[in-house]
Ligand binder design. Structure first.
Ligand code: NAD
Ligand code: ZN
Length: 441
């Protein structure tokens, strides 16, 4: 069987045919091949009665895409706040230390929405958003040795070059070369975009731009994962869920029996709550302005709820009263500056730790009285939950594979790629948690 596989992968023509006496082993063999080799795009069998043999044909046309420009569909944001438009774009081949990915599933995170709205953020258009996704490597550029066509991967908005002081440090995931940069819309190697429409460049977003059937990323922004992991589920680990989980487990580090407040009960906050439950917190207090979040949050370990709108005093005071002076840990997942300040001021003096995760507006400033620090409260912040994307993300995927982490409950909607704007509507209306966008539909 192996020699047959070799002859197919090396076949120069667009179609290769082979003969085989028995169809069933071929069928399962090619299904496996297709999972790891995206160039096996079509497989079909022909039974020739006269010769009493089975002919298997594999369409090799996709194999020829390596080194070529790919024309495919992408959801382009032409202007701030205007619905995305599905366009045919040209995706250039990957350059040195880059890979081109076939995106199979993507989802929408609130960070995409902020930069698409561009109200308090840098405005850079036309742009292809998207950074929470799963896909398969289509081809690799010069110098890429640890990824190959067919690898299953999760692109990540903040990368890991592996060589800088941050990548070598056990504490940091703030890679000098590839750390999140929301303002850059071009590739690092040559300052150009890999997307264009009739020669007009279309900008990238956080080095991932996953709202496209094909995208190009720096190799350091791509985590290779277990090929058995279902990409329609683990795609949400490439941003929101790992971020929230890591913010609690790696940064806030609550001890068993402690009290944790979670501000913002979207996907990131609910994953942070899940982290608090895994850590053995006894009280997990969810804080959100949207009362619809509260029922759902119970599934993620929240034991109590506070809606700041229901009180006529600052929410930090409400939490202090509920907890005899303050919570042990708080994790802020809203992006709202006032919630960030409340999340800090609600932690107990002497030992309390607050962790900021939400992405603030460009001009926000954090204001609190310095005595809050003198009274021994700690304020921290994190991108991607302090996980190093390439080194650590594969093991988070394994947590799902080993049933230590449930992902299904985060996935509340699915839409076809052509309906991607519906995912924006759901998020803006605060409906559901994560919406999976299927690229093939
Ligand atoms: P989401 O919209 O699904 O959830 C946000 C929740 O916060 C909503 O339920 C909303 O009602 C609530 N909220 C908003 N303002 C509030 C306030 N003042 N007080 C209480 N609750 C409030 O968003 P998400 O996708 O879960 O993302 C959450 C935040 O995390 C966003 O700011 C996003 O940009 C950020 N983020 C950061 C990182 C990181 O690495 N640091 C990664 C992913 C997302
Ligand atoms: Zn995100």
């Amino acid at each position: 069987m192996n020699s047959m596989y070799m002859s197919l992968t090396n076949a120069p023509s667009k179609q290769a045919s082979l003969t085989c006496k028995n169809i069933s082993p071929l069928d399962s063999y090619f299904k496996r091949c297709q999972a790891s080799k995206p160039q096996f795009t079509r497989i079909f069998f022909q039974v020739s009665k006269r010769k009493k043999r089975i002919v298997c044909q594999v369409n090799m046309s996709a194999q020829s895409t390596a080194g070529q420009v790919i024309r495919c569909k992408a959801a382009v944001a032409w202007e701030a706040g205007k619905p995305l438009v599905i366009e045919e774009v040209e995706v250039a081949p990957p350059q040195e230390m880059e890979v081109r990915l076939k995106i199979l599933f993507t989802s929408l995170c609130h960070t995409d929405v902020y930069f698409w709205e561009a109200k308090g953020q840098t405005s850079l258009f036309p742009r292809i958003f998207g950074h929470e996704a799963g896909g398969i490597v289509e081809s690799v550029g010069e110098g890429v040795t640890h990824l190959k066509p067919g690898d299953h991967v999760l692109p990540v908005f903040t990368g890991e070059c592996g060589n800088c002081r941050h990548c070598k440090s056990k504490e940091s995931n703030m890679c000098d070369l590839l750390r999140i940069n929301t303002d850059r819309g071009v590739m690092l190697s040559d300052g150009k975009t890999r997307f264009s429409i009739n020669g007009k460049p279309i900008y990238h977003f956080v080095g991932t731009s996953t709202f496209s059937e094909y995208t190009v990323a720096h190799v350091g922004s791509v985590a290779k994962i277990n090929p058995a992991a279902p990409l329609d589920k683990v795609c949400i680990l490439s941003c929101g869920i790992s971020t929230g989980l890591g913010a609690t487990l790696n940064v806030a580090k609550p001890t068993k029996g402690s009290t944790v407040a979670i501000f913002g009960l979207g996907a990131v906050g609910l994953a942070a709550a899940e982290g608090a439950r895994i850590a053995g917190a006894s009280r997990i207090i969810g804080v959100d302005l949207n009362p619809n979040r509260f029922e759902e949050a119970k599934k993620f370990g929240c034991t109590e709820f506070v809606n700041p709108k229901d009180h006529n005093k600052p929410v930090q005071e409400v939490l202090a009263e509920m907890t005899n002076g303050g919570v042990d840990r708080s994790v802020e997942c809203t992006g709202n500056i006032n919630a960030m300040i409340s999340a800090f001021e609600c932690v107990h003096d002497g030992w309390g730790v607050a962790v900021l995760v939400g992405v603030p507006n460009r001009d926000d400033a954090f204001k609190t009285h310095p005595v809050n620090f003198l009274n021994e409260r700690t304020l921290k912040g994190t991108f991607f939950g302090n996980y190093k994307p390439r080194s650590d993300l594969p093991s988070v995927v394994e947590k799902y594979m080993n049933k230590e982490l449930e992902l299904e409950k985060f996935i509340t909607q699915q839409v076809a790629f052509r309906d991607i704007n519906k995912a924006f509507d759901y998020m803006l209306a605060g409906e559901g948690i994560r919406c999976i966008i299927r690229m093939d539909a």
